[in-house]
Design a binder for this molecule. Structure first.
Ligand code: B1M
Length: 210
């Protein structure tokens, strides 16, 4: 079943991916298991094929669509909130960057861990991040970047938050394939997370440290 789900995503078969997720849930498989062992490794394989020039943008788009079809079924199950929110996270992919699969997963897993998430989407301009933090009073700002050309937008956002005097009141977490621990330190973010589970651990830490 897991193998079939992975293959459906890898081959870009969205209807099949949806069907396999539905079937696995009916058999009692945990949503988090289907995401971590089925959908994410499949998208990683797609990434590898793209890196090795076995896949090109059209194939990757089909896989992304199949991944989203599966995630759409898991989202409500992963984000059921039973408690008061642990904290509010403003989240988005930075301006110029359309990669949103990883950011969406991070958002879902944070919601599943009890955080309230205000998702600004992808291609988010710096001022939109700044205004959302200002207006919502969020404890955490989460930014995602997959391109080395767009990660610099994160630094712009940090600078604008400082200029407007908002920086001390918000903790900043960054992630995405173009970012690292070193880069997070360089732009004076408070944390870097390599995946969604680490994002939850870091978000918890940042909320406590405030
Ligand atoms: Co693009 N792309 N892409 N792409 N794409 C990459 C990122 C690339 C590394 C591929 C490569 O060349 N090897 C490369 C970037 C190179 C670089 O800058 N260093 C690249 C490129 C070049 C491009 C285009 C320029 C290609 C072109 O048009 N010539 C173009 C740019 C478009 C744009 O954004 N302006 C482009 C387009 C696309 C698609 C639209 C086709 C599609 C995106 C679809 C979508 O997201 N809706 C796409 C995809 C899918 C990829 C790869 C293959 C896979 C990304 C992905 O979804 N991974 C990617 C190759 C790769 O990463 N190996 C690639 C699965 C996802 C679960 O992982 O996003 O890393 P990830 O998220 C993880 C962690 O990073 C972390 O947790 C997530 C879950 O575990 N994380 C966070 C992410 N955000 C976080 C935030 C946090 C904390 C953790 O806190 C806030």
């Amino acid at each position: 079943m897991l193998e079939e789900l992975r293959n459906a995503v890898i081959s870009g078969a969205d209807k099949k991916a949806e069907e396999f997720v539905r079937q696995a849930l009916a058999e009692g498989k945990e949503p988090i298991f289907l995401m971590n062992e089925g959908l994410i490794p499949a998208m990683e394989e797609v990434g590898e094929r793209f890196n090795h020039k076995e896949y090109f943008v059209p194939e990757v788009l089909l896989s992304a669509r199949a991944m989203k079809a599966g995630l759409a079924l898991l989202r409500p199950l992963l984000t059921e909130q039973k408690f008061q929110p642990v904290g509010l996270v403003v989240l988005g992919t930075v301006q110029g960057d359309l990669h949103d699969i990883g950011k969406n997963i991070v958002g879902m897993v944070l919601e599943g861990a009890g955080f309230q998430v205000q998702d600004l989407g992808a291609d988010v301009p710096p001022d939109k991040f700044v205004n959302a933090v200002k207006e919502s009073g969020a404890q955490i700002l989460g930014m995602s970047a997959l391109l080395t050309t767009t990660r610099t937008v994160m630094a712009t956002v940090v600078k604008k938050l400082k200029e407007q005097g908002i920086r001390p009141g918000v903790r900043i977490m960054v992630g995405g394939a173009a970012v690292s621990d070193d880069y997070a330190r360089k732009i004076e973010a408070d944390a870097f997370a390599k995946d969604a589970l680490e994002a939850v651990a870091k978000a918890r830490e940042l909320t406590v440290r405030r």
